[in-house]
Design a protein around this ligand. Structure first.
Ligand SMILES: Cc1ncc(COP(=O)(O)O)c(C=O)c1O
Length: 456
């Protein structure tokens, strides 16, 4: 095994180097998806192939796969990689533990617990808090919803009867709310979508109106999902106002910080999440803002017992040594769970909290650079607001959907569009902290020269 692995790691190294050198060639040369099987050696055959042939096929594939870590990729709420996090993740792959028990993950358990402890302290959660590292933000939100359900209606996890429970989330919140309501037995029809203001922040007075109406109709409000960094506009819901509503009506407050929650690291910006300690649960995704490979999401719950209550299960084929405190499968959704802690720990250990804080501040300063450029140029219209990594704009009244698609098809840039309050616009995200302000100005330069040369 070790000889084979060592040989294949040499192949890996050579492929990885060819990928790194290729970054100059843009994000990707778009290929018609119907042509993929003709162009690439993808089809699986009866007979084995040589290492050389395998390497060639892999090289062809990877050089034609979109490069999300280069400085022309602005399309998604992730981008760029921190190399120390990559190092940690590669080791996690080779170790191939599962985080279910101490017996099979050893000291990795404490790596995960240390991350949870540090985040808990940063957001002033009590010592009784707990956390886990699920497979992503959607899963973190799901787990929070299930814990809130089980707390409000302890019978529902046995009887499945939870359809009088009502949850609240803004119209600008992430689509996982809808799916999670369905998966948890709450039901999509029992999510109340609350209006947002022009910045994209949930209007708290409207939550109260809706709650009163639901109570009048014999329903039970139990969960509010507030967002720290909405997916399109990057808006932050008014945490303190919403926390007061939760207190008054005995409702679980979950803060979905998948996009913006890494603000907790920043001395300069953490005031934007004032009141975070009033929540019952909070999640954020280092794979979005902090450059750890997908997926890394961290979920904290103020009263740790809720995690055990909803996610522990007896299984004597699995839990054979140690106690629940070290058998992390008792507080997670998955059975075999990837070690997603090590990559974030490796990054954090190498940069220190200070280094992460600088990373966050840098991303926000790149956003300031972009906003300043747009505001100083009358060919642009801006739709988003300060303190957000989403810069939403249009250029010279050009159709944003067409412009984004053309830039992709011609391999100039990769950027997406979004919608808010009936407007459609380009959404530039400055989430890749490996970028410099020159990279951001270069984005505009490319966009402008492309449109000049491509007006129909
Ligand atoms: C606000 C918000 N919440 C949750 C998610 C989902 O996170 P994941 O993609 O890790 O499931 C996203 C993804 O963009 C998001 O923007």
């Amino acid at each position: 095994m070790s000889e084979k692995l060592s040989n294949d790691l040499n192949i890996f190294n050579s492929l990885a180097q060819s990928l790194i050198k290729d970054e100059e060639r843009g994000v990707v040369n778009q290929i018609d998806p119907n042509e993929l099987l003709k162009i690439f050696n993808i089809s699986l055959k009866e007979n084995p192939i040589s290492d050389e042939e395998l390497k060639e096929s892999l090289n062809h594939l990877i050089l034609n796969t979109p490069k999300t870590s280069g400085n022309l990729f602005f399309n998604q709420l992730f981008g760029g990689l921190n190399s120390k996090a990559v190092l940690g993740d590669l080791l996690a792959v080779i170790l191939n533990n599962s985080m279910a028990t101490y017996k099979i993950s050893g000291p990795m358990v404490e790596i995960e617990k240390e991350i949870i402890r540090k985040i808990a302290a940063m957001i002033s959660y009590p010592e009784t808090s707990a956390g886990t590292i699920p497979t992503g933000g959607s899963m973190s939100n799901f787990m929070a919803l299930v814990m809130a359900r089980d707390k409000k209606n302890p019978e529902s996890k046995y009887s499945g009867d939870s359809n009088k429970l009502i949850c609240y989330s803004s119209r600008s919140s992430h689509y996982s709310m809808d799916k999670n309501a369905s998966f948890s037995g709450i039901g999509r029809d029992n999510v109340r979508y609350i209006d947002t203001n022009k910045k994209g922040e949930m209007i708290s007075s409207e939550i109260t109106v809706q709650i009163e109406e639901d109570i009048k109709n014999g329903l039970t409000p139990f969960f509010i999902n507030a967002t720290i960094g909405t997916t399109v506009m990057g808006a932050i819901d008014p945490i303190i106002e919403i926390a007061e509503i939760c207190k008054k009506y005995n409702i679980w407050l979950h803060l979905d910080g998948a996009y913006g929650g890494s603000l907790i690291f920043s001395e300069k910006y953490k005031h934007l999440v004032e009141g975070i300690e009033l929540s019952d649960s909070f999640c954020f995704n280092p794979h979005k803002t902090l450059g750890t490979p997908i997926s890394t999401s961290i979920l904290l719950v103020k009263e740790g017992g809720n995690l055990l209550n909803s996610f522990s299960n007896k299984a004597n084929y699995l839990y054979q040594t140690d106690n629940d405190e070290y058998n992390l499968g008792q507080t997670s959704f998955e059975c075999g769970r990837r070690n997603n802690a090590l990559k974030f720990w490796t990054l954090w250990k190498s940069l220190g909290t200070k280094g992460i804080s600088e990373m966050v501040d840098h991303s926000y300063s790149l956003a300031d650079t972009a906003r300043k450029y747009i505001k100083n140029n009358s060919d642009y219209t801006i739709y988003s607001f300060d303190n957000s990594l989403s810069i939403c704009f249009n250029y010279k009244d050009l159709d944003p959907k067409k412009l984004c698609t053309d830039l992709y098809l011609k391999n100039k840039l990769m950027v997406g569009y979004g919608e808010h309050k009936g407007e459609t616009f380009i959404r530039l995200v400055t989430i890749n902290r490996e970028n410099t302000s020159e990279n951001i100005l270069n984005f505009f330069k490319i966009l402008e020269s492309f449109t000049e040369n491509n007006v129909e």
